[in-house]
Write a protein that binds this ligand. Structure first.
Ligand code: ADP
Length: 501
């Protein structure tokens, strides 16, 4: 099974062996730049996105010493929403507007001015705080400012829909992306009401038909085969957005399971059997296959907090060492300090755009509290590991539902000390998993269901996740962190108040 994952900065292709617990056989990536022609704009050449994907597929096949004939099916995923417009011959109309593009804010502001209840209604329908780069506000911006481009546009796709179109020639969208356009999380589809809020009723036919993520979209065309090395006729699945795909690949497919992606950002998602709209007007809700939903709270700064601590507190280590051994050295230093570091707390709000969950505070910034004269840099380092874990607990606490276990993926999951700290701070077992490319793997698993190699997404996910290690919370440390979390939360409320003015 081949999975393609087109991230904002890197397009990856990976091959998985279904007969060996979904083992990652080979993976390859191609760097691709986001173009920022002026402040607020975030675009990507659509042709380049396709050639990057084709190159990643060729490289993954070469690295596995495999040929196109070895690939049973293909799945696609990528950075979600935005606007990828094509004309009636399937050619790009203009560069894609990405989710990070802020031009659509104008449409959101206008919707809110026309109807004071509009933002609440958007949240009550889709369960997501609408971003300017979501499909509907970004499309509204294009309608208003580039009418000549819209006049040539036949369909508006997302990244993975564009790549799938280039592979198969078939136009389609999937459930996971339609619901965050914004759409309707209960109906698991687009929403006529959301189109009305953005004044896009007349443009409804630009949006591609919505199909289940785990169904077949079409087959690889001769032209796409020539570019990718795949065999013509290979089935391609509809696929899903990258966050739902990562959750599937982490095996988070049962209500009560949580999945934390601790990479550049820190996504904390809880699987539910019905759409969850609590707490209101914050966070995201993803519509997963098989009547599952994923309620997500994001801390925009995850592992970069540790990168900052390394550079700012341990420049000697940063300069002397390289690669994984730096993180091993950091872990040794931090684990020698006591849990809770005698009241020292770190608040991991390092992102330039502040805090978006569990409350929105664009001005919030990272800080230490409870510093004592005896505290040294080793204590501050331990506080950074613990602070990211407290922020994870803060996010799950806001969702307010019981959590059976947390599946941890992303760069931070490589650290056993961090994984154990997250288990202790959240008082919940943490599981780390074999594998590296979780987005691509989720897409490949959807493809395995589409071609009938697996009966359901749940079955595919369960069979293909191999737990690397399970970290049980330690009762003594959990008690220390329960007290620490009360202070962390009180301090977070103070930070939000401080930066409001
Ligand atoms: P992205 O979100 O960009 O895909 P990754 O999930 O690959 O990023 O995570 C990259 C981050 O992982 C880096 O910021 C780095 O701090 C962190 N990281 C990598 N290895 C370790 C480790 N052994 N311990 C702690 N953090 C690590």
């Amino acid at each position: 099974m081949l999975g393609i994952d087109a991230g904002l900065t890197r397009t990856k292709a990976a091959l998985f062996d279904l007969d060996a617990v979904g083992r990652e056989v080979a993976a390859a990536g191609v760097e691709g730049a986001v173009s920022r022609p002026f402040p607020g704009a975030a675009e990507r050449s659509m042709d380049q996105a396709w050639t990057d994907a084709a190159e990643a597929v060729r490289a993954a096949l070469a690295s596995a010493r495999a040929s196109g004939a070895d690939v049973a099916a293909v799945g696609v995923t990528g950075a979600m929403v935005g606007v990828w417009p094509i004309d009636d011959r399937g050619r790009p109309v203009r560069p894609a507007l990405l989710v990070a593009d802020t031009r659509g804010q104008e449409a959101i502001d206008r919707a809110a001015a026309n109807d004071p209840d509009a933002l609440d209604r958007i949240f009550r329908s889709g369960g997501c705080v609408v971003e300017p780069g979501c499909t509907l506000p970004a499309l509204r911006w294009l309608v208003d400012h580039e009418p000549e481009a819209i006049a040539r546009t036949r369909r508006v796709l997302s990244c993975k829909d564009w790549l799938r179109y280039r592979l198969t020639g078939e136009v389609a969208a999937d459930v996971t992306e339609a619901a965050v356009a914004p759409g309707d999380a209960r109906a698991r589809n687009r929403s006529p009401e959301m189109l009305r809020i953005f004044g896009l009723e007349a443009h409804a036919d630009l949006l591609a038909p919505v199909r289940p993520s785990e169904s077949i979209a079409g087959v690889v065309t001769a032209a796409a085969a020539a570019e990718t090395g795949l065999r013509p006729g290979t089935p391609v699945a509809i696929g899903a957005g990258d966050v739902p795909c990562s959750a599937i690949a982490a095996g988070a497919v049962d209500p009560g399971m949580a999945c934390t992606v601790l990479g550049t950002t820190c996504h904390n998602g809880l699987v539910a059997g019905e759409p969850v709209f609590e707490p209101p007007n914050v966070g995201l809700l993803f519509t997963m296959p098989e009547r599952l939903w994923l309620r997500v709270m994001v801390n925009l700064a995850g592992a970069p907090n540790l990168d900052w601590a390394l550079g700012a507190l341990f420049p000697d280590l940063a300069a002397a060492d390289s690669g994984a051994s730096v993180f091993d050295a950091l872990e040794r230093i931090a684990s020698a300090r006591p849990a809770g570091v005698e009241g020292l707390l770190y608040h991991p709000y390092l992102s330039e755009v502040g805090l978006i969950a569990p409350v929105v505070s664009r001005g919030a910034r990272a800080q230490f509290s409870g510093v004592r004269a005896a505290h040294g840099r080793a204590d501050m380092l331990r506080a950074v590991y613990e602070g990211v874990a407290y922020a994870i607990r803060d996010c799950y606490a806001a969702i307010g539902r019981p959590i059976a276990e947390i599946r941890l993926v992303g760069g931070g999951a490589r650290s056993d000390f961090w994984s154990q700290t997250i288990a202790d701070v959240t008082d919940t077992p943490v599981l780390t998993l074999e594998g590296g490319e979780f987005g691509a793997k989720g897409a490949a698993l959807l493809a395995s269901v589409a071609v009938g190699r697996r009966r359901s997404v749940r079955e595919a996910a369960r069979e293909a996740t191999l737990v690397r290690r399970r970290f049980e919370p330690d009762p003594a440390r959990a008690a220390i962190y329960a007290e620490g979390f009360a202070r962390f939360k009180a301090a977070r409320e103070a930070i939000v108040a401080l930066h409001r003015s």
